[in-house]
Design a protein around this ligand. Structure first.
Ligand SMILES: Cc1cc2nc3c(=O)[nH]c(=O)nc-3n(C[C@H](O)[C@H](O)[C@H](O)COP(=O)(O)O)c2cc1C
Length: 347
């Protein structure tokens, strides 16, 4: 098994998209909406604004945790911060672990710009137990993070040489962190999602929202196996592991904990469908990286513009004047997504 440093690994993840395509199946196609021309509506005047936690957003999309800290990704962080500011979208940086270990990299995580409704930092759940919480608290204060995303990525760790293997104290540490930190926390996955009723456990652990990080988009197992081919055979049975994002949403829809639809979001119709089936907002990571690699800041701005336009068109087609109208739309669920919802032994 090969092993690389955190910085090398982050670069390898980022540049995977230079020669790999983004998968096109995310099961959002199984959610069918109904055409509704029997209403008066104006494309230019639909209202895409909403409230999420204590924040007012103009559009239900955020840029998910991606990167930070390494010079090889050039102006990417500056550009996503600019795009978030231009479109007034929430933004998260990638894992801050690298900067906690090397404080010289702190400035790479200072991405908050005017117009960004909230700026979030990110750390791995398994990493938390080895971090001094008061140092983390002051780091978050230093980079002006409004929220901390705590990520789970166990399959990725298991497929990495030197990855974490012991997760027996993760939840105890998480609970302590949620009580001690001055920054609210959101739990997220990184491409394998959360099963039924996870929202309840997340709420008990002190989270203020849950980001599904479901399957159907960036596939970190494939990214790791590209590098570590020794493990291909061992990991082969897990190649389809994970809960697709629309299934995560449908299985965790509730009235107490807001959901973010992360994982596999490709376009504005996916964002729209996410809201119909229970999300408060959606997030993109892989498609943003790909758009930037292909076209720099202009490519990223075009990608987000397209998502917003597609979302507004879906509002017109379903007769939704506002985001609250979207949450009450009828929908049907086709195969194979409906199979995921046929859950037994659910507690
Ligand atoms: C290059 C890259 C780096 C990422 N780094 C992080 C990270 O540091 N922390 C994290 O929680 N998620 C990270 N992610 C995962 C994303 O936030 C997201 O959960 C996942 O990619 C699924 O969304 P997607 O299908 O839109 O890419 C990264 C994703 C990409 C593409």
């Amino acid at each position: 098994m090969k092993s690389d440093s955190i910085g090398e690994r982050k670069n390898r993840h980022f540049f995977y998209f230079t020669n790999h395509d983004y998968p096109d199946t995310n099961l959002f196609d199984c959610i069918k909406l109904f055409n509704n021309p029997l209403c008066d509506i104006d494309l230019d005047n639909v209202d895409t604004s909403l409230n999420f936690l204590t924040y007012s957003l103009s559009f239900p999309l955020m840029i998910a945790s991606i990167t930070g800290g390494t010079s090889e990704v050039g102006s990417f962080n500056e550009d996503i911060s600019q795009a978030a500011s231009d479109f007034r979208l929430p933004l998260s940086c990638g894992s801050i672990r690298i900067a906690l270990e090397n404080p010289n990299l702190t400035s790479a995580f200072k991405l908050k710009k005017s117009g960004i409704p909230f700026y979030a930092a990110n750390i791995g759940a398994a990493t938390l137990s080895s971090i001094d919480l008061s140092a983390l608290d002051s780091f978050l204060h230093d980079i002006e993070a409004d929220i901390l995303f705590i990520h789970f990525n166990r399959l990725q760790e298991l497929a990495q040489a030197g990855g974490d293997r012991c997760f027996d104290k993760t939840l105890t540490t998480l609970k302590t962190a949620s009580e001690k930190l001055h920054t609210p926390i959101i739990l997220k996955e990184t491409g394998w999602g959360f099963g039924p009723q996870s929202w309840l456990r997340a709420l008990e652990l002190g989270a203020c929202a849950l980001d599904t990080g479901g399957s159907g988009g960036t596939d970190f197992l494939s990214i790791e196996l590209d590098y570590n081919s020794d493990l291909i055979e061992t990991m082969a049975p897990f190649s389809n592991w994970g809960v697709p994002t629309p299934a995560c949403l449908l299985m965790n829809k509730n009235k107490s904990l807001p959901l973010i639809a992360g994982g596999g979001i490709r376009n504005g119709l996916d964002v729209f469908k996410s809201l119909v089936i229970g999300a408060s907002l959606a997030s993109i990571a892989g498609t943003a990286v790909k758009a930037w690699i292909d076209g720099g800041l202009a490519g990223l701005l075009n990608h987000i513009t397209e998502i917003i336009n597609q979302f507004r068109m879906a509002m017109v087609l379903t007769g939704s004047n506002s985001v609250s109208d979207i949450c009450n739309l009828p929908f049907s669920i086709g195969e194979p997504l409906s199979g995921f919802l046929n859950v037994t032994n659910q507690n």
